[in-house]
Ligand binder design. Structure first.
Ligand code: GDP
Ligand code: CA
Length: 308
């Protein structure tokens, strides 16, 4: 069975660990968000792809919730001492990966191929595909101005309320090599419990990817990132409230209108009224450990009619 999963960073990666636990990595293609990518100190950082890599390789810092376990910060301390830009936290081990990626990109290797090489070296058995090799970037419109994603999210602590989200570069962007093939070969398409606006939105802003989902002949199931109308972490609930008018399953589903056959929601959000023949599938969705993530993945695959 081939499974394709659209995913953001940390929330998506936790879910992916469950999916891989159920169906095995060699059957999974991941379409990852690259619209949070940023150049820091001359290094090209792909936070969502890296969260997936580190989590699936067992290298992630589970307690901090991002980055690598056993991380140290000496390079960044030196940067700060020398008056360099240090608001975007880069650990020493993490920097090693960014050096390799940056060098490959500078040599003209596309992001998709650079990612494949890095994933192979790390020992990932799933296929990790950036949604696009083109520079799609998220911008956040707020009452205080319009900010690049990481400025709003990290530097300003995602405090500014969001009036609109833009995906610069998306009209010209095409799917990265392998993405449309993976979606066409999938028996099931899953949308991870990632932020609909800033993790999944930029993937769907690539017209070829949206079109592939619209004309899919296989089930597509999304998992809600909200529990009891609240994000487990991050700004998804506040964004849904302001941009979609609420934090019920119907508002989550509205982000994926025409693209999903079922939405997996938490018991705390049931019962739910969804339109357009989208089924609500109720389970516990908190991925407190690997077993919980596996259970959630099984339910999502089951909702797609797949035997897991
Ligand atoms: P980011 O790119 O690192 O911000 O991560 P994602 O966009 O992939 O995931 C962020 C979302 O994951 C947040 O909206 C959280 O509410 C959601 N999330 C994190 N942990 C869980 C969990 O255990 N269960 C569910 N249902 N959602 C979760
Ligand atoms: Ca992200």
């Amino acid at each position: 069975m081939n499974v394709a999963v659209l995913s953001g960073g940390v929330g998506g990666a936790r879910f992916l660990r469950g999916v891989l636990g159920v169906v095995g990595g060699s059957n999974v293609s991941i379409v990852g968000n690259v619209a949070d990518d940023i150049e820091v100190l001359g290094l090209r950082v792909s936070p969502d792809l890296d969260s997936i890599l580190y989590t699936l390789a067992g290298l992630a810092d589970e307690e901090r919730g991002w980055g690598r376990a056993g991380e140290t910060w000496q390079a960044l301390e030196t940067v700060a001492q020398l008056g360099g830009e240090s608001w975007f936290r880069l650990g020493d081990r993490d920097i090693g990966l960014h050096l390799v990626r940056t060098e490959l990109l500078r040599a003209g290797v596309p992001l998709s191929e650079a990612t494949e090489r890095i994933a192979h070296a790390i020992g990932l058995d799933a296929q990790l595909l950036p949604a696009t090799d083109d520079p799609v970037r998220t911008f956040i419109e707020t009452p205080a101005g319009t900010f690049p994603f990481q400025t709003w999210f990290v530097a300003r602590g995602h405090r500014d309320p969001v009036d609109a989200v833009h995906y610069a570069g998306s009209p010209e962007a095409t799917a990265a090599p392998g993405v449309l093939e993976a979606l066409a070969a999938a028996d099931v398409i899953l949308i991870a419990p990632s932020n609909p606006y800033v993790s999944i939105g930029p993937i769907l802003a690539v017209a070829e990817i949206r079109a592939a989902l619209e004309r899919r002949s296989v089930p597509c199931v999304a998992v809600s990132p909200l529990i009891g109308g609240r994000a487990v972490k991050g700004p998804a609930d506040r964004m849904l409230q302001r941009l979609a008018g609420g934090t019920a399953p119907a508002q989550v589903a509205s982000c994926y209108a025409g693209l999903i056959d079922a939405l997996v929601i938490d018991e705390a959000d049931a019962p739910a009224e969804l339109d357009d023949g989208v089924r609500a599938v109720v389970t516990r969705t908190l991925m407190s450990d690997l077993e919980a993530a596996r259970r959630l993945a099984s339910v999502a695959l089951g909702a797609a009619g797949a035997r897991a």
